[in-house]
Design a binder for this molecule. Sequence first.
Ligand SMILES: C[S@@+](CC[C@H](N)C(=O)[O-])C[C@H]1O[C@@H](n2cnc3c(N)ncnc32)[C@H](O)[C@@H]1O
Length: 478
Amino acid sequence: MKSQPKHYYPLFLNLTGQTALVLGGDVVAEAKVRPLLAAGANIRLVASQVSHSLAAMLEKADAEILTGKFVSTHLDGVQLAIDCGGAPSCSAALRRAAKARGVLLNCVDAETQADFISPATLTRGPLQVAISTGGAAPLFARNLRQMLDVLLPASLGAVLTAVGGFRAKVKAILPSGKRKAFWEAIFDHKTLETLQGLPENELESALEGHLSAAQKGAPADAIGTVTLIGAGPGHAELITLAGLKALQQADVVLYDALVDPAMIGYARRDAQLIPVGKRCGKQSASQGFINRTLANMAKQGKNIARLKCGDPFVFGRGGEEIEFLEAQSVPVVVVPGVTAASAAAADVKLSLTHRGVARRLTFMTGTTADALPDDKPDWQALLTGGTVAIYMAKKSLARTLADIQSAGFGAGLPAVWVANAGRPDKQIVHSTVGTLSADIAALHTEAPSLVLIGEAMATATGKNLLADAQGQVEQAAL
Ligand SMILES: C[S@@+](CC[C@H](N)C(=O)[O-])C[C@H]1O[C@@H](n2cnc3c(N)ncnc32)[C@H](O)[C@@H]1O
């Protein structure tokens, strides 16, 4: 039978001027004393031994230190107690006494005996976030806290403190009907981000500016920003932190076909989601439509995340979108992403440049070879001491590999084919320019793929692919 998760009643206690008893004098006790002091509690610490740093902290806070064993009278005037684990007889005595007196008790090593548990916490000025898994997965609570720590900038604390100090003024000046709209405008992602970027001593005047604009009924900032975000090779975790933040702040998200659907889930719940995927010639939205949509929505004051697979500036037409938007005076920000070749190199654990083997790296596209028949790559120049990453290579692969050999390279020159790079369902074929076409002929996959060619593709794993002209197919285990 499935056991039901235990749910605690969440609350934030006002401990200002209240007495809290802590049993124990080591690092665990120190970790418990710190937030109690921050909450304004008077500390009474009972321990046979107290660490040097804890003693110094308590002395500074003018706290009571009672050395020796716990006795029930130590709970006189106490509202809350924490047993940090130590002598079992003391813990048992504290548990009995706390129960008899109705004092709330937390037991570090014996949660089932406790009245309350300590959540993982995060603080930004007046903001306090407390996370609990009810004891089911404390490590997950800690990890979640770390994620939030990264997402909420330290400067948010100063903004919220300034906002708190400004509330009374807003209440006095704005009629109640206008107040909600004012605060909504302040906590709009774009305004909040601007406020977070200001030095602390400029926050109040910035809020004053918003207040006087609200009084005059001035319209909000009229034009939104388009952020071209490199979404990486198709795994939700391979977006950058800056990309994730921009995505989470967007009112509208336009996304490519190769973007991981899980990544779209990071967008705000109320964000408008527009797929504009283009895949293998099956065009679902023209570049013109994408450009116009971006510009029109920005002019409506919306912030737009334009999620592009890989890096926006590597075969991503990011430059064309910027040109169009800037011509219409729409502000554009670019967040770089992990390009597919980098993800593929990581998958095969082969460095694209390699000391003494490859000091040059070329990104090229197989499709451009089709579109520009006179543009003949100088394979000698590209592959002598260099690695070439060919995107969209499939259609022209046989001809490319033949050209490389005609340029004077032996059939044993290493070539690696990677499909779905950076994703759990990646496919890797280690081969050579002489055998790659045949090696991948049997793999009927529509997955996005690229080819890495050059001597560097034979190093690092210990395998000498020059000697292994048979090729080898690896299906990822995941
Ligand atoms: C229009 S280009 C976009 C490239 C992207 N801007 C980048 O930086 O990776 C699409 C091509 O990139 C390559 N590609 C994209 N994602 C890939 C992946 N996960 N694995 C292998 N190749 C990928 C394929 O060659 C695909 O046809």
